[in-house]
Design a protein. Structure first.
Lengths: 344, 339
């Protein structure tokens, strides 16, 4: 317990600020650092259109991280979101192959509903059958990926009409990418949701399932809802990704780990009960900003993931240390260790 | 959390059993998974026979065994980490890098040096994982995901395709047989046996279970939990190194996709959980893991015989994994939960 040595009282105002920012402090520092580095590397980055383009690129990850946050904060995992994105894009293409005249809004709603349905299944299996969510959503990922490729004979193809792709790559009034207001709406919605009763019960469930249950929280329903919302978020991300980059078998590959990384980077505790949704979204933005920075710096695409790995470990390591210093709760360390700690 | 149905007689001290007097031993997950393996084999045999094929031929059985070696080695390592309450998501990239290092060193420096270099690489990665998890207190999921990213970047930056060359002598590890049994199966059995002995019969093993069951309690009882976690990660990586050596022998060269294409990270975790080991740690064992690996390998073989679409295999795989774990959970539920 090396943290004992560093547990000195912090000065008053600094401490208050840290407490206000909560466990997400490292991510705000990281985000600020990366944004400053971006400004130094390329002053043009902060021109309105490029900034908006950046937010547009970040939108799918932010939306996925928001959904993932809801699941993680109640003590579960959702590894299936990447597969849902892939499946969503392919389903949309198949949908348009069968009904070329389909209105884009209908197709979008179908994807959202399909994502929600996948989340519902994951949630029910996890809560009713008591399968650890890691395994449930891993299975769901295998099933969805297998089904998509099986259905399309191994190579998904097809085209998405411009009206459907507008959400991902089009702009409103000629300058505002649609993805930006969508992302904003999701962010505000999630923030309000976490302020509402549902958010509080969700946090309580993640913190201590038993205590939440005894205080009258319908633990099962709350958890299933979190999974459904994560699935819907993945469906929405599929619409954006499909619009942005078109149909491909790799559309959603790796998104599940990126989303989880973003959430954890945002100071959310794996195992549940701690962390804010704003932090999670900040984590997603930092990750995307980091990718952009590495790109601008001319770091080869290959080494990008190395840098990402180092920064993630460092940020979370710092976060863990800061956290125990702030709260002085070293006794909780067993819970933070096991990913399934609170679900048992 | 530490209810443990698995400890064989005479090993009560293996788990930090918080509830004394557990005499009820319902179906043991280890027997369960081996029975499941048997059932899947019989079912596969029946289905294949109904289609006019032959399932239980020597060639086929040998192929099933051979196919389970790589996943088996990784899963044995993975189960030691999971028992300790940790997790290792970096195994896939470590395998890839391991095959590359092995093949390249072998080309220039000989077999022994290559084996040593691969194992040294494994120890280094395992040590890094363990120290990040135990020392920096980074959640194992994120820590090993981070090392996985680091290794991936390294591989993608350094290698563009297959590299190195495995000597003909070393390839015998991948292809030779003693009687009908492939040599590599003995490698798996040796590693699994060592892991079983280590987890069940030594002090270190008891510490692994204790740490996984309840780290705080273990610490208070005088177990050096951090050291235990580090050792578990190193042992896991060593098993992965062995898998990398086997795959290098099999492929004849190092390949950047050797570990990632077969998704050894998630597959090994699935096999471990299929074998009745709790993801939260403290419960389960190597014997069950081997059963889990066998179930997956037999399923694969059945699908191959029936010429099932490879993508449909994934669907069934997912369903089987979820269903199996649901069964374990169900069995445990009535006694452990007071609704």
């Amino acid at each position: 317990m090396s943290t004992a040595a560093t547990a000195r009282p912090a000065p008053g105002t600094g401490r208050r600020l840290l407490t206000a920012l909560g466990t997400a402090t490292p991510v705000y520092v990281l985000l600020a650092t990366v944004l400053i580095a971006l400004a130094l590397t390329d002053p043009g980055f902060y021109e309105a259109d490029r900034l908006l383009a950046f937010v547009k690129r970040a939108a799918p990850l932010v939306i996925l991280a928001t959904g993932q946050y809801l699941v993680i904060v109640c003590g579960e995992f959702d590894l299936s979101v990447g597969a849902i994105v892939t499946a969503g894009v392919v389903v949309a293409a198949q949908l348009y192959a069968s009904f070329p005249a389909l209105h884009w809004l209908v197709a979008t709603l179908v994807l959202l509903a399909a994502g929600g349905a996948a989340g519902l299944v994951s949630g029910l299996v996890t809560t009713r059958l008591r399968v650890p969510s890691f395994i449930t959503t891993l299975g769901m990922m295998l099933i969805l990926e297998g089904a998509v490729f099986f259905w399309t004979g191994g190579s998904p193809q097809g085209a998405l009409p411009a009206a459907f792709r507008a959400l991902g790559r089009g702009t409103a009034f000629g300058w505002l990418p649609w993805a930006v207001p969508v992302c904003l709406a999701v962010g505000v919605g999630a923030y309000l949701l976490m302020r509402a009763d549902f958010g509080r019960t969700l946090l309580a469930t993640g913190d201590s399932e038993r205590a939440a249950h005894l205080s009258g929280v319908r633990v099962t329903r709350v958890r299933v809802t979190a999974f459904v919302l994560s699935g819907v978020a993945a469906g929405l991300a599929a619409v954006l990704v499909g619009g942005f980059s078109g149909v491909s078998a790799q559309a959603g590959q790796g998104y599940e780990f990126e989303a989880i990384t973003a959430v954890v980077l945002g100071g959310v505790l794996l195992g549940g009960g701690r962390g804010s949704v704003v932090g999670a979204m900040a984590g997603a933005f930092s990750l995307q900003a980091l990718f952009t920075l590495l790109n601008l710096r001319g770091v080869s695409g290959a080494l990008e993931s190395t840098v990402q790995g180092v920064i993630v470990i460092a940020a979370v390591g710092l976060g863990a240390a800061d956290y125990s210093r702030l709260r002085r709760r070293r006794t909780r360390s067993p819970d933070t260790r096991s990913p399934e700690g609170t679900t048992r | 959390m530490t209810g443990d149905l698995l400890t064989a007689p005479g090993e009560k001290s293996a788990a930090p059993a918080p509830r004394p007097g557990r005499r009820l031993r319902l179906t043991d997950p280890v027997t369960g998974v081996w029975l499941a393996a048997l059932a899947v084999t019989l079912l596969g045999w029946a289905v294949v026979a109904a289609q006019g094929g032959q399932f239980l031929t020597t060639t086929n059985v040998v192929a099933v065994l051979q196919n389970s070696v790589a996943l088996g080695l990784v899963a044995v390592g993975q189960s030691m980490v999971i028992l300790t309450g940790s997790l290792d998501l970096s195994v896939a990239y470590l395998i890839s890098l391991g095959t590359l290092v092995a093949a390249q060193t072998m080309q220039s420096g000989g077999v022994l040096l290559a084996v040593l270099a691969t194992l040294a690489l494994s120890v280094a990665v395992g040590l890094a994982n363990g120290l990040i998890v135990a020392g920096l207190k980074v959640n194992a999921f994120i820590a090993t995901l981070g090392t996985a990213f680091i290794l991936r970047g390294w591989i993608e930056d350094q290698y563009t395709g297959p590299a190195g060359q495995v000597t003909a002598g070393f390839q015998r590890l991948g292809y030779d047989r003693i009687g009908p049994v492939p040599v590599s199966v003995f490698l798996l059995l040796a590693v699994a046996g060592a892991a079983w002995f280590l987890t069940r019969r030594t002090r270190l093993g008891h510490h692994l279970y204790a740490t996984g069951g309840d780290e705080h309690a273990a610490r208070l009882s005088g177990v050096r939990t951090r050291r235990t976690v580090v050792v578990a990660h190193v042992l896991c990586s060593l098993c992965v190194g062995a898998a990398a050596l086997f795959l290098a022998a099999r492929l004849g060269a190092g390949a950047p996709w050797a570990g990632t294409e077969a998704r050894y990270d998630l597959e090994s975790i699935a096999a471990v959980v299929l074998g009745g080991t709790a993801l939260a740690g403290g419960r389960g064992g190597v014997a069950g893991t081997l059963g889990g690996v066998l179930v997956l390998a037999v399923l694969d073989s059945v699908f191959n015989q029936l010429a099932v679409d490879p993508f449909f295999k994934n669907v069934v795989r997912g369903v089987v994994i979820i269903a199996a774990v649901a069964l374990y959970a169900r069995r445990r539920t009535p006694r452990r939960r007071t609704a």
